[in-house]
Design a protein around this ligand. Structure first.
Ligand code: NDP
Length: 327
């Protein structure tokens, strides 16, 4: 038996969630079984656990879109028992039992080796949020956004993606401007490396098709009107990476930033991201991360606390990253 968060749906469609014992023989099909050491609470996990978003595709479901742990058994030659591995995405925690459990069976194709410089806990302090932040930064770099081009705007700055993006971009020498709905977190954002802080309200009401040209690059986790206003205020040739919908799924923009300023909008997806990009992102994360700052932006909870913490995360009461301890 192992412990897991389990989401169930009754015959009349009512969703319930509990932490309970699950028998090993109930684990889904897969060629590698991992003893999960650490998992995390991501925005998507919180939507799944609270039922506030349609994340879970089949019930019963163990949520958790990421985990790090030790291979317990493997039918593959290239992944041996005892190896330390990381999983992000691939529909795990949505349509395949996920990481908020002491054990997970998955396809070996979905696993990446834990970089030598990182512990399992650090990998989950970074988590899917931090790995997505790295994918955004690598997209900015591929499009030629270097620190000399101008400031980089980051929305949802106190959240998981935003916090890691600030830390990494400032480490790389960029001038980072953080957008937050929590002005009381100024000291936190400055300590991570933000040089300027703007209130979220400056981006939440519909603006003009083109605003003052200001940003060379942007990492947007909000979507909706926020993303539209970010695009409208990009400098000529600026690059926006869009990875989230914390504000809204919509995109009420015009073509003006794209056809008059040559702005580039890059979509970033961590779930189905090809393996070579994942490996490159994790390798770079291992080089760049500041372990002290990373630990400071992280809070730790036990598996039993994951349900309560999910509501708090969606209500904007949690800052930075949340790691979930398995034992
Ligand atoms: P968090 O909950 O940790 O952070 C989200 C942050 O967004 C909040 O902390 C808040 O920051 C800000 N925010 C909340 N509500 C609004 C709003 N209405 N308008 C503008 N900003 C808001 O989540 P994550 O950082 O883990 O994820 C952020 C987004 O990115 C989510 O939508 C998530 O689904 C998505 N995501 C996408 C991935 C992908 O593969 N594309 C992978 C990982 C995440 P503040 O208080 O500082 O303003």
């Amino acid at each position: 038996m192992f412990k897991a968060v389990m989401i169930e749906k009754s015959a009349d469609g009512v969703q319930s969630v509990s932490v309970r014992d699950v028998a090993d023989n109930q684990l889904p099909k897969g060629d590698v079984t991992v003893r999960v050491e650490w998992s995390t609470l991501n925005y998507k996990d919180a939507l799944a656990i609270t039922g506030r978003g349609p994340i879970v595709r089949s019930f019963p479901m163990i949520p958790g879109i990421d985990f790090a742990g030790i291979v317990e058994s493997s039918q593959r030659e290239d992944i041996r028992p005892g190896a330390r591995v990381i999983l992000n995405g691939w529909g795990v925690g949505e349509k395949h039992w996920g990481g908020l459990a002491e054990k997970a069976t998955v396809s070996g194709d979905w696993l990446v080796p834990l970089p030598d410089r990182l512990t399992s806990r650090q990998a989950m302090e970074i988590g899917t949020a931090g790995y997505t932040a790295m994918l955004c930064i690598q997209a900015l770099q591929r499009e030629g956004v270097t620190p000399d081009k101008g400031p980089i705007l980051i929305t949802g700055a106190t959240g998981g993606v935003g916090s890691v993006a600030i830390m990494l971009l400032s480490r790389l020498g960029y001038h980072v401007v953080a957008v937050t709905g929590r002005p009381e977190e100024e000291a936190y954002l400055t300590a991570l490396g933000a040089k300027e802080i703007l209130p979220r309200q400056a981006f939440t009401t519909p603006g003009k098709a083109l605003e003052k040209a200001r940003w060379a690059g942007a990492v947007d986790v909000a979507g909706g009107t926020v993303l539209a206003n970010v695009c409208a205020s990009m400098a000529y040739g600026g690059v926006v990476t869009a990875c989230g919908l914390a504000a809204d799924m919509s995109f009420p923009s015009t073509v003006a930033p794209f056809i008059l300023r040559g702005v580039i909008l890059v979509g970033v997806d961590s779930v189905m991201c090809p393996r070579d990009r994942r490996l490159a992102a994790w390798s770079r994360l291992a080089e760049l991360i500041d372990p002290v700052k990373l630990a400071e932006m992280t809070s730790e909870i036990a598996l039993a606390d994951a349900i309560e913490a999910s509501a708090a995360l969606l209500d904007g009461k949690i800052r930075g990253r949340v790691v979930v301890r398995m034992s």
